[in-house]
Design a binder for this molecule. Structure first.
Ligand SMILES: Nc1ncnc2c1ncn2[C@@H]1O[C@H](COP(=O)(O)OP(=O)(O)O)[C@@H](O)[C@H]1O
Ligand SMILES: [Mg+2]
Length: 385
């Protein structure tokens, strides 16, 4: 049975857990729909709070901070999913929470997540839970090498991961990542990485943005190409997979599904993020309704318009002090649409902002054209995926 959609009236306050750029861009979209946002974050000067009407500064599991935050808002959502079980339970007691804490629990733990994905009928790389060195050795025998060892919890931007290429790597990777709960995954020799962002309302209505292609550098998303340059059958399979998972989760909100396409054109799901996603930033400039507006609409019970795209797009992240140093050159380059997140300090590996470049539909440039289209940011070292 599907629930009723109840529209949150204008001037209501949406509580967002997390103070990063995803919260910032969600709050900017919410403001355009006439909502106020209130941020819960441990950070004193956060990108999201800079553009919101209120902030509670406190830890995500601090009951005093959670109560003060919940008291001040009408509905609660997330831009960050690693809230403790106790924190989630308390939030859910106090105010409506979308997506539900149950969905966050799935996405917080790679073993629970992979079990859920496979249980929903979507394939992934072969995987095994690993809690001891002996289990790791046994799983390496079962899955073969190369393989990727990951912490089950709290990994992001490639942190908490080790690629095992030969037998000598096994003990060293255990030294580095153990004795925490881990997961071993078969290494996917992928043709490309895709993602799909889907929104689902309380009434079960679902819309999915076009499938995009993602390229990482140093395990951090570098470039997104919209649409993905894959066969339409692959794009359709990716979109159906994402919708199937969102339905199985009974999602209310936004879900990003990261996937690999293997050399035979098969889709393997990599991970889920029940929130706006870096690979959807292009939607701000290339779609009438961005992923951030779709997120707010789903959480606020508003209608979900089609996730229509009016342009092709290339999105490039600006990471760390090296790329931040190019900001004046970015501003001086016609055609680059700049987005900066308001972070005071450009630390190595930190996402500081992004740029989007738009093209007519069907006019996305080829391999060499992508670098040229990015002007000063295209001169970065060759893209490694
Ligand atoms: N099993 C795998 N096979 C091949 N590459 C992988 C595998 N798992 C992760 N990667 C690479 O590492 C990147 C980050 O891994 P991911 O599981 O998405 O963790 P996170 O984004 O949370 O850091 C992926 O986008 C992909 O490029
Ligand atoms: Mg990922």
């Amino acid at each position: 049975m599907t629930a009723e959609r109840v529209a949150l009236p204008p001037n209501s306050t949406i509580g967002i857990i997390g103070g990063g750029q995803l919260g910032r861009m969600s709050a900017m979209a919410a403001a355009r729909l006439g909502y106020r946002c209130h941020i819960l974050t441990p950070e004193a000067d956060s990108p999201a709070a800079q553009v919101s009407s209120a902030v509670t500064i406190g830890a995500y599991d601090d009951p005093v901070a959670i109560r003060a935050f919940a008291e001040a808002v009408d509905v609660i959502t997330f831009e960050f999913e690693n809230v403790s079980a106790a924190g989630l339970d308390l939030l859910a007691e106090l105010k409506p929470v979308h997506p539900s804490p149950a969905i966050l629990r799935v996405s917080q733990d790679r073993v629970v997540e992979k079990s859920f994905i496979n249980g929903a009928g979507a394939p992934s790389a072969p995987w095994a839970p690993v809690d001891t060195l002996a289990e790791l050795q046994e799983s390496v025998r079962d899955l073969g090498l190369p393989a990727v060892l990951k912490t089950t919890r709290l990994g992001y931007d490639g942190r908490g991961q080790a690629v095992l290429r030969d037998a000598e790597d096994v003990a060293a990777a255990w030294e580095r990542l153990g004795p925490k709960p881990l997961i071993l995954e078969g290494f996917v020799d992928f043709a490309c990485e895709l993602s799909v962002i889907v929104a689902r309302g309380a009434d079960g209505a679902m819309v999915a943005f076009d499938v995009v292609e993602n390229r990482h550098r140093n395990h951090v998303l570098d470039i997104t190409l919209a649409p993905a340059r894959v066969a339409s059958s692959v794009a359709e399979a990716a979109r159906l997979t994402a919708c199937r998972i969102a339905g199985a989760l009974r999602l209310v909100g936004l879900l990003a599904v990261e996937m690999f396409v293997d050399r035979d054109g098969h889709i393997l799901v990599n991970e889920l993020a029940p929130r706006p996603h870096n690979s959807g930033h292009w939607t701000i400039d290339a779609c009438p309704v961005s992923q951030f507006e779709m997120h707010i609409r789903a959480v606020a019970g508003l209608p979900l318009p089609p996730a229509w795209r009016h342009s092709d797009a290339v999105m490039k992240n600006m990471v760390g002090p090296e790329e931040m140093a190019l900001w004046p050159a970015v501003l001086a380059t016609p055609g680059l649409i700049p987005h900066l997140y308001g972070k005071a300090e450009a630390r190595a590996g930190r996402k500081m902002g992004h740029v989007t470049r738009l093209f007519g539909k069907g006019a996305l440039p080829g391999e060499f054209g992508v670098a040229a289209a990015l002007g000063p940011l295209g001169a970065a070292p060759p893209i490694s995926i």
